[in-house]
Design a protein around this ligand. Structure first.
Ligand SMILES: [Zn+2]
Length: 152
């Protein structure tokens, strides 16, 4: 036991921070997502927007697609990711999703929401080192949100 205490891990093996406060760039990303859903909101059809930042500082937005057949609905994150992939985006470093409230809800603020389970899996595949902005002014690593991703 005494020998184990003397062992030191090299810096690159230390666990990176998994939780941090959001910063100005994150606020800008949230603002982009909010602008998308404020402009395109349609109850049931478009209720969530997402924004991704790549490592070149570019922002890619997406809009949730509601569908009459529920399982065909598409989240906003894959739409944003597809845009980034098709249009030459770099490595995704931060993701956020925001939700427009339903018309009958008392609080009508467009708020940050945590990604659904499927989008956590998607981010684990395409942006495993990214930060994900979550409610409460915080951001977390994808691996923290999805500690045991599905593997084929
Ligand atoms: Zn989702």
């Amino acid at each position: 036991m005494a020998m184990l205490k003397k062992l030191k891990l090299p810096n690159d093996l230390l666990t990176p921070p998994s939780d941090a406060a959001i910063d100005e760039l994150d606020l800008e990303l949230i603002a982009h997502a909010r602008a998308v859903i404020a402009k395109h909101h349609r109850p049931f059809w478009h209720t969530v927007a997402a924004a991704l930042r790549d490592d070149e500082g570019r922002i890619w937005t997406g809009l949730h697609l509601g569908a009459t057949v529920g399982r065909l609905q598409i989240c906003a994150e894959p739409i944003a990711l597809g845009r980034a992939l098709l249009e030459g985006g770099g490595r995704i470093v931060t993701s956020v999703a925001v939700r427009h409230p339903k018309p009958d809800e008392d609080d009508q603020e467009i708020a940050v929401v945590a990604p659904c389970g499927a989008c956590r899996e998607l981010l684990a595949d395409y942006a495993p080192d990214a930060w994900v902005i979550v409610p409460g002014g915080r951001k977390m690593r994808v691996a923290t949100l999805l500690p045991l991703p599905y593997r084929r």
